[in-house]
Design a protein. Structure first.
Length: 618
């Protein structure tokens, strides 16, 4: 009998089949583990460090979907013969590994995972190599261990499948269909049978990028994201219910207060906006190593109007989202960059409103027009003139492009050519991550342990940009433009705290003010030479969408021209102090707001998204 069992085993157990099965299992488990690794970074307080236990804890109830989505892609290897199957497994594993690493790096930069729409934004990679490299961690090498294991395994077992002449059609069909049925079970119950009580329904019911990538793995997320992007590409029409919500929002937001002394404080004057790259409020008024970090802007604050509590509201479009909000008082799209997806819309924007009031407008950008699609997006906001990198003499390049020094020096002659009053929208570039300002431009003489960090680099680059703003104002004065202008300085988004918080946390010695206490705020400074109003610092909490109504109020533009199209409010005349963050959280003083009003504010990002997609201006 023992002999019969032995003969049976030899007949029915094929060693080569076992080896081929193991070959299939290596990338299967490898890709699933990479999804767990991703969550080990994302769910950790420091996304540059791995907490595998936390990643497994966050995904263990979802691993069925991780295996199912991975099986779908690996199943196609069974259609190949011999070494073709091996090559396919390596290639698909590499593609899915790169996809996961892109998700991780993007999360480290933007605290969310990327949409497929980022594929339309490849122009943004130009000059970003330093920034991209700073988003990697040594722990990321773990994503490539399965390639080493698979390569060694293939080398020693290659005879078992290299000469395989047969495709595994039946196994392919089973490996493809079974996971599809598993994935489709819940949505079929939800959307076809109407069964809301089916297990795991909440995985499908509320789409959120970070949660979706956790529930379904990076592969499943990108499949669902592609489906949602396709849905969003269809023309969107607002329902009557959505229009009612918009009207309710404006009724709440418009306070209908009497004008105060700030209305028309700069009436008839030029407006020059300086949007400063990565400028955060925490650095204002501070000293390091006995030196003021931003002496020019600190002086402007003493003689102007200052709002230190402007919360960042950018989404996936980062800097371009700030351009959008400052000029339209609309919140950016929930998926993708607004400038890429909808570069031309009928916004009741600041350049268009000022045009009706006799202003000429120009947007002057140091980047190439293809970056964030500025060449279409800024004219799409209503700017009469758009000037980009190609109109400058690139005689000094730092980091991503034109140095702030050469940029501002060449901007002044461009503004001189405009008919007054004009609106000039200018943007700085040097203070961009990873904040590696050249040594010869560093003037704070920081100690080595700080100077070599991102925080040290940030302080140096902010100090440099501050000096160039001072030179810019001096040149404007020489050109006879400053006295007839109001200068608005705004940060486009936070910088060192947004991208390098873990680096700050690991500093051995640091000043107490290095920590922003979780407040992602950017400054708004209004400076008008010989102003008739007294300097003042407002503690009011606001957001970037509040900048346009505030500036228009200072210029004396009647609120009737924008109050029912701007989502933001005028911070120079308001009894409220709040802002909605990109994640829908409302911050500020909420004690005087009703639950219905707070809900309207919380839903304003989605509301703005629908308005932009529907090209709705009220």
């Amino acid at each position: 009998m023992i002999k019969d069992i032995k003969n049976f085993s030899l007949k029915n157990i094929n060693k080569d089949q076992i080896f081929r099965s193991i070959l299939f299992l290596i990338p299967l488990f490898g890709i699933v583990i990479k999804g767990i690794l991703l969550q080990g970074f994302i769910l950790n307080s420091d996304p540059y460090k791995l907490n595998f236990k936390l990643g497994f804890s966050g995904t263990r109830y979802c691993l069925g979907y991780y295996f199912a989505f991975t099986l779908i892609f690996l199943s196609f290897s069974l259609l190949f013969k011999g070494k073709g199957r091996v090559i396919y497994l390596f290639i698909i594993d590499l593609i899915l590994t790169i996809l996961t690493l892109v998700d991780l790096c993007y999360f480290r930069g933007f605290l969310t995972v990327p949409s497929v729409l980022i594929l339309t934004q490849t122009a943004n990679l130009d000059n970003l190599s330093g920034t991209i490299l700073s988003l990697f961690s040594p722990y990321d090498l773990l994503f490539f261990i399965d390639f080493i294991i698979m390569a060694i395994y293939v080398f020693f077992t290659r005879k078992s499948y290299i000469n395989r002449k047969k495709r595994a059609i039946k196994t392919f069909i089973a490996t493809l269909i079974i996971p599809i049925l598993f994935i489709a079970y819940v949505p079929f119950n939800l959307y076809v049978l109407g069964n809301k009580n089916v297990k795991n329904a909440y995985f499908f019911d509320n789409y959120d990028p970070t949660n979706t990538v956790k529930y379904f793995s990076p592969i499943g997320y990108h499949i669902m994201d592609a489906i949602n992007v396709y849905k969003d590409s269809k023309p969107y029409e607002l329902s009557n219910e959505e229009k009612t919500q918009i009207n309710d929002y404006y009724k709440f937001k418009n306070e209908n207060l009497k004008n105060n002394e700030y209305f028309g404080m700069a009436k008839g004057k030029n407006l020059i906006v300086i949007q400063v790259e990565s400028l955060e409020s925490f650095v204002m008024g501070q000293k390091i190593n006995g030196k003021e970090i931003t002496p020019v802007m600190d002086n402007l604050i003493k003689h102007g109007i200052y709002f230190p509590n402007i919360y960042e509201q950018v989404n996936e479009g980062t800097s371009s989202d700030s351009d959008l909000m400052v000029n339209t008082s609309m919140l950016p799209l929930r998926r993708g960059s607004t400038f890429f997806r909808y570069p031309v819309r009928d916004y009741n924007s600041m350049p268009r409103i000022l045009d009706k009031n006799g202003y000429e407008s120009v947007a002057i950008h140091p980047d190439k027009g293809s970056f964030w699609n500025y060449s279409k997006g800024l004219p799409g906001l209503g700017f009469e003139n758009f000037i980009d990198f190609h109109s400058f003499n690139p005689d000094e390049l730092v980091g991503m492009g034109l140095s702030d020094k050469t940029y501002f020096k060449q901007v002044v002659p461009m503004l001189e050519k405009l008919k007054q009053p004009f609106y000039g929208f200018t943007v700085t570039l040097t203070n961009h991550g990873p904040f590696d300002l050249p040594k010869n431009m560093r003037k704070l003489n920081l100690p080595d342990d700080l100077d070599k960090t991102e925080m040290g680099g940030y302080l140096e680059s902010v100090h440099y940009t501050d000096e160039q703003i001072g030179n810019f104002l001096t040149e404007l004065e020489k050109a006879g433009l400053l006295q007839n202008s109001i200068i608005a300085i705004v940060g486009d988004h936070t910088g060192v705290h947004k991208y390098y918080q873990s680096s700050i946390d690991s500093l051995k010695t640091k000043e107490p003010w290095f920590d922003d206490k979780g407040n992602p705020t950017v400054p708004l400074i209004l400076y008008e030479p010989n102003s008739k109003v007294a300097p003042k610092t407002f503690d009011t909490v606001g957001g970037q969408i509040d900048i346009m109504p505030t500036l228009l109020y200072a210029l004396g533009i009647p609120s009737s021209e924008y109050e029912n199209t701007a989502l933001g409010r005028n911070l120079l005349n308001t009894n409220r102090s709040y802002a909605v963050l990109n994640n829908g959280k409302v911050v500020g003083n909420l004690k005087d707001l009703t639950s219905e009003q707070i809900k309207l504010i919380e839903e304003s990002p989605q509301m703005s998204d629908k308005m932009i997609r529907a090209n709705y201006t009220h």
